[in-house]
Design a protein around this ligand. Structure first.
Ligand SMILES: Cc1cc2nc3c(=O)[nH]c(=O)nc-3n(C[C@H](O)[C@H](O)[C@H](O)COP(=O)(O)O)c2cc1C
Length: 490
């Protein structure tokens, strides 16, 4: 098997002493992975700098912007957070010195073993340092970036979590859904069809009731990671995070909504969305790398309470053309989640999963299996395409044999081009879950897309007669390495 990129850095759980955004920043600084920038402009500059930084790959630093043009010192923006494996591992309370495939496997083990821990309700917390209501609410007071040149506004919510309660079952969902500022006390929030927050909102609206919502715009990045991932239906991200960090998340019950808000968050609003109240939202540079959903009327929320810490820090995670920071952590966590769901569905001998960066963690999934029986590859492909973590806006799933490292693009393309026969090995499934962000669906028809599941494994029936691979055996390689390695300089 070809060798994938390996990571030698080590992040230790103990380095994260306090579970809030400031504790995370301090830990990242100790790792030598923080850069502070003074005087940047919220208007496009912050977004473009984040883009440049992410392109430095595993060397890229988390960026803390201060003295942002037109704003007081101390009102900061943090970006490029979960864009290295060390920072993802730190956030997930994991040690890492793993290769990429091993890291995914370790995350899979961690989320499979997690025991949910309920949040702890407390009376007070740092988020209550400044409280505003009525005329005193002003959402423009923060240095909210206009992240990309063609954005239709300033997006305060990217690395944020929207908190809602299911009106029927009472469970609390945290979802990362983008939030745009319309005016001093009005925000727009876009939630794609089928997402849990959207289903909850629609339930309220169907009853003619307001949908109460709280949004945190800066918090422990683990809460943001959870909000941006497909945590199982009915499980609150608070409980999932509590389990991963090994202690309950401290929350305060919001005075207006009664919703639990992170006690040590940087900036939180409580508000409500009313049925039928909409305003144009977007365009916004999206994770697919386009402005596909353009501008449409979307529900607004009226802000009823604004809370923030002194010198608040806004957590930003702007999507751009992949690969980008926004998608990086999702590639690892989604791969682990799909792997976990494959196992839960009874698919045996999964050897690896990779949700490729180029597809923004959704559009291209590769699953590696040790083929055990006829139909095994199709089964793995179908489950990996339609399980919860993968179902929304996927496109291609490629199933490969266990000698292929799914995280190695050359390996995968080699298997695809040599072990699949297009007329026999591509299953097309139509009318699958998509939405307005899908760039290949014309405006006005957005809703469904199709999926291709490609079996790029050696054909099961004549697997053993498939042409042998033209590369040296491990024994020959070892012997040659010993004899010639020095001369080759390896
Ligand atoms: C930074 C970031 C921004 C996101 N923005 C949106 C968005 O604007 N709308 C949306 O529907 N999903 C968005 N997502 C994806 C959802 O957060 C993701 O699908 C999550 O699983 C939704 O939560 P749910 O499973 O509770 O519905 C975003 C994810 C991330 C990481």
């Amino acid at each position: 098997m070809a060798v994938a990129e390996t990571f030698t850095g080590k992040a230790k759980t103990s380095e994260l002493k306090s579970r809030d955004l400031r504790g995370w920043i301090a830990a990242v600084d100790r790792l030598g992975e923080l850069k502070t920038l003074q005087g940047a402009d919220w208007d496009v500059e912050l977004g473009a700098i984040t883009e440049l930084a992410h392109h430095q790959g595993e060397q890229s630093k988390a960026l803390l912007f201060d003295n942002i043009k037109g704003y007081p010192a101390g009102y900061r923006v943090l970006s490029n957070t979960l864009s290295t494996t060390r920072r993802i591992a730190l956030t997930l309370c994991m040690d890492t010195s793993f290769s990429r495939p091993e890291f995914i496997k370790a995350i899979k083990r961690r989320i499979t073993e997690v025991q949910y821990v309920k949040p702890l309700v407390v009376k007070d917390g740092p988020v209550m340092e400044n409280v505003f209501e009525g005329q005193d609410i002003d959402m423009w007071k923060f240095p909210t970036p206009k992240w990309h040149e063609l954005d239709g506004g300033r997006y305060i919510g990217t690395g944020s979590v929207d908190i809602t309660r299911d009106p029927d079952d009472g469970w609390v969902n945290l979802g990362t859904y983008r939030v745009m500022i319309h005016d001093r006390d009005t925000l727009g929030f876009y939630i794609s069809p089928g997402k849990q927050g959207r289903i909850m909102r629609e339930k309220y609206f169907a009853k003619g009731q307001p949908c109460k919502v709280a949004v945190s715009f800066g918090q422990d990045p683990l809460l943001y990671l959870a909000g941006g991932m497909e945590v199982p239906h009915g499980v609150s991200e608070y409980e999932w995070v509590g389990g991963l960090q090994g202690r309950p998340v401290e929350v305060i019950e919001g005075e207006y909504t009664g919703l639990p808000i992170p006690a040590s968050a940087e900036i939180v609003i409580e508000g409500e969305a009313m049925p039928g109240e909409v305003r144009n939202e977007g365009p916004f540079g999206e994770w697919t790398g386009y402005y596909a959903s353009s501008m449409r009327p979307e529900p607004i929320m009226k802000v009823k309470r604004l809370y923030h810490r002194h010198d608040p820090i806004l957590l930003g995670a702007p999507p751009t053309r992949p690969p980008c920071e926004f998608n990086y952590m999702r590639c690892f966590v989604r791969s682990a989640m799909i792997w976990q769901e494959l196992e839960a569905a009874g698919v045996p001998d999964v050897r690896g999963v990779w949700c490729h960066e180029a597809g923004g963690s959704r559009l291209l999934t590769i699953v590696s299996i040790k083929q055990r029986y006829p139909g095994h590859a199709r089964q793995a492909g179908m489950v990996a395409t339609y399980c919860h973590a993968a179902a929304y806006l996927g496109r291609y799933t490629i199933v490969v044999d266990d000698d292929i490292d799914p995280t190695n693009t050359n390996d995968v393309l080699w298997a695809l081009t040599t072990r699949s026969n297009p007329e026999a090995d591509i299953e097309i499934v139509r009318r699958s879950w998509s939405g307005p962000l899908d760039p290949i669906i014309p405006k006005g028809q957005k809703g469904h897309n199709s999926r291709a599941i490609i079996d790029a494994c050696r054909p099961y029936e004549w697997m053993s007669e498939f042409p042998p691979v033209a590369e040296s055996s491990p024994e020959v390689r070892r012997a040659v390495q010993e004899k010639w390695g020095k001369i080759l300089g390896e």
